[in-house]
Design a protein around this ligand. Structure first.
Ligand SMILES: C[S@@+](CC[C@H](N)C(=O)[O-])C[C@H]1O[C@@H](n2cnc3c(N)ncnc32)[C@H](O)[C@@H]1O
Length: 313
């Protein structure tokens, strides 16, 4: 087994500053990367099993049914880099098909990443696996010493790119372009625009798992930043905004209230919302335009039941 783990603790330091800054702005917002403490990671995996939330299952089905074509389009791949790898489930299919020499996985949720990446290293003893516990938005350059010379295949599944408004998505894709190196490639999965009712249902599952995931952000802030959010006074509120082409996830204050966070006081009006996540949906040509603005050229694409995976070079 060839495995290494590197922790970049700066990510934790930023939680306090980002939360305080986000609560001080109008509209109030907190970056979605902070959903993923241990409980948040577990809740996200449970969201993926809800009948209304087809995104993960559809992407997996697409990858399973088109894998031979995807592998042919990719050809020889020496190195795969996956930002935001989570439980490292999806990349296993690529490892089986491509047998690269090296895998670098990154995630802000360091402990779950270390465990899942170590399991990958155990199951693929010929592959050199590096796990980097880091915020890839803030400190991707710090990963350079752990990335042997490229070219790399950057793998970014799960429609995580949809969490970023267009300008930020382009900036992130441009950063991935530099990270991939000359002759590097990007294999990316994203959710497509579809029946708004289907999108609405996906983020409002009947079992309330997405609501629990959203509210867990407040529980995390209570625990880690000595805050006193009363979770019973906030409601999960998610809807598809067709004009912006995105699902918006908020926490709505059910009453006028004041909350203490890390020694500071923040007032919420009744009905005021705290924005916690955007999930942009795309049509493939829109996404190609974003990717091209970031220096990527479309090479191939596959679609299945409202989800797309595309390859850029
Ligand atoms: C929606 S999950 C997707 C996980 C996996 N890629 C998949 O498709 O199943 C998003 C993952 O990205 C991680 N993540 C989000 N923002 C991040 C950031 N700025 N830096 C590092 N990891 C991040 C989260 O911790 C979480 O594990």
């Amino acid at each position: 087994m060839r495995f290494s783990f590197q922790d970049f603790p700066a990510a934790q330091d930023r939680l306090r500053a980002d939360v305080l800054a986000g609560l001080a702005t109008r509209p109030k917002s907190i970056p979605p990367k902070y959903f993923y403490d241990a409980a948040g990671c577990h809740l996200f995996e449970t969201i993926c099993t809800q009948p209304e939330y087809a995104l993960c299952r559809t992407e997996q089905a697409l990858m399973a049914s088109h894998l031979p074509e995807i592998a042919t389009a990719l050809g020889k791949v020496e190195s795969i880099v996956e930002p935001g790898a989570g439980d490292c489930t999806k990349v296993r299919r690529l490892l089986d098909a491509l047998r690269p020499n090296r895998l670098v996985v990154m995630d802000i949720a360091g402990a779950p990443l270390a465990a899942s990446a170590q399991a990958v290293a155990h199951d693929y003893p010929d592959i050199d696996v590096s796990a980097l516990a880091m915020d890839f938005l803030g400190e991707l350059d710090a990963a350079d010493p752990w990335l042997a010379a490229g070219p790399h295949l950057v793998y970014y599944p799960g429609s995580s790119i949809g969490n970023f408004p267009p300008a930020a998505a382009t900036a992130l894709l441009a950063r991935f372009r530099r990270l991939a190196g000359a002759d590097g490639r990007l294999l990316i999965g994203f959710d497509l625009k579809k029946d708004p009712q289907r999108l609405h249902a996906a983020y409002n599952d009947a079992a309330g798992v997405t609501a629990a995931f959203n509210l867990n952000l407040l529980a995390r802030i209570n625990r880690e930043l000595a805050a006193d959010f009363d979770l019973a006074r906030f409601r999960h509120y998610a809807f598809y905004n067709p004009l912006e082409g995105r699902v918006e996830m908020h926490l709505a204050s059910l009453t006028e209230q004041t909350v203490n966070v890390a020694g500071q006081r923040f007032r919420f009006d009744c009905g005021e919302t705290l924005l916690t996540e955007y999930s942009y949906k795309f049509v493939p040509r829109e996404f190609d335009a974003l990717a091209q603005a970031a220096g990527w050229q479309p090479k191939a694409g596959w679609q299945h039941d409202g989800f797309a995976v595309r390859l850029y070079e």
